[in-house]
Write a protein that binds this ligand. Structure first.
Ligand SMILES: Nc1ncnc2c1ncn2[C@@H]1O[C@H](COP(=O)(O)OP(=O)(O)OP(=O)(O)O)[C@@H](O)[C@H]1O
Length: 328
């Protein structure tokens, strides 16, 4: 019976060994993080709804591309884009916040060495970096996330003149010399592009999966294709494509305008047989909330855009798991 129930987060149904409980009580034990929307869908099912359901997320630590590195940082998800300015950092921050809101312990590493924007989006610049007894840097805690960025260490623009080896060396050090707590997910905001630097960086980190962010615009898509090719070459599993700035909805009349073209990311996902992780609109509230103090997701969790972000984050967590499960 359980197998028959499918949902975007349960494409293979509910394996019997994921369900425990007795009498009227049932617990769905998931190896990835998920939230209320899944529980609601289960509860609304005509057969399953006869039971009282709970979710128990025991996030599985999956294999990564560098098995010899210690796995305290949990599942490492790199967020990358071929082209600059498509919203990669905004997506990284929002996915990290959403995974954390869903109950996971999440870190955020700003690897965008040439233009670290996490300190601007999450604040915390200017505070003194604390060191542990063995000289590891303490990540900052921002809105429940454990955050580190080169932007917290280096004066503005100093890193922009760094050459490749220095940049990838700095990232590796930032990753290794930070006292990350035991995390479920570490989101890494990569520098835009698919050149040598990005390739070396992706090779030096223990990566579990990659998200490619693009706008629907042809120039962005062409670069995003290169991103997909780069991860394929490195044998890093692709979690999916996230289409950002998909359309603009006029707040006064509701008219939707496809500023950068329509469905480009969705078509690309289909062509590569990759999941589409979401289509996020161009939205001034989202931008303002990252320029201000409180991200939209925390200030207005019921906002339709917050719900969209939470959905994408659940897809990321689930697809990361299924990618590996299906490849075994
Ligand atoms: N969906 C969105 N709606 C409105 N503004 C957005 C959206 N996504 C991103 N932005 C804004 O677009 C600008 C670029 O976004 P962001 O810095 O996240 O992009 P990026 O791809 O990381 O850039 P870079 O290539 O410089 O690293 C920022 O000002 C951000 O606030």
């Amino acid at each position: 019976m359980m197998k028959d129930f499918t949902h975007p987060l349960l494409p293979n149904g509910m394996p019997d060994n994921w369900v425990t409980g007795s009498g009227k009580q049932r617990v769905l034990n998931l190896p990835f993080v998920a939230g209320e929307s899944l529980l609601k869908a289960i509860q609304e099912d005509s057969e399953l709804g006869e039971f009282d359901w709970q979710l128990n997320c025991q996030i599985k630590k999956l294999k990564n591309s560098q098995p010899e590195l210690p796995l305290t940082t949990g599942n490492v998800i790199v967020v990358s884009s071929g082209k600059g300015g498509v919203g990669k950092s905004s997506v990284s921050v929002n996915l990290a916040l959403a995974l954390s809101q869903l109950g996971a312990k999440v870190g955020l590493l700003d690897a965008d060495i040439y233009g670290p924007s996490i300190p601007t989006m999450l604040g915390g610049g200017g505070s003194e970096m604390e060191l542990t007894k063995n000289n590891k840097m303490m990540p900052l805690e921002r809105h429940g996330l454990y955050v580190h960025s080169l932007g917290y260490l280096v004066e503005d623009n100093d890193a922009t003149i760094w050459r490749g080896p220095m940049a990838s060396g700095a990232l590796q050090q930032l990753y290794k010399d930070t006292a990350w707590p035991a995390l479920d997910y570490l989101i890494v905001d990569m520098p835009p592009g698919t050149g040598d630097i990005q390739l070396t960086m992706a090779q030096k980190l223990p990566v579990t999966g990659a998200v490619v962010v693009t706008t629907p615009q042809t120039v962005a898509l062409k670069d995003a294709e290169k991103g997909v090719a780069m991860f394929e070459k490195l044998n890093i599993p692709l979690i999916g494509i996230l289409e950002n700035m998909s359309f603009y909805q006029c707040p006064s009349c509701g008219h939707e305008d496809s500023v950068f073209g329509k469905n480009g990311g969705a078509v690309m996902a289909t062509e590569h047989n990759l999941p589409l992780l979401g289509q996020w609109p161009l939205n001034s509230e989202l931008r303002e909330s990252l320029d201000g103090d409180t991200p939209l997701l925390l200030a207005q969790p019921e906002h339709p855009l917050s719900q969209l972000i939470l959905n994408s984050a659940q897809q990321v967590a689930a697809n990361l798991y299924y990618q590996q499960e299906n490849s075994l």
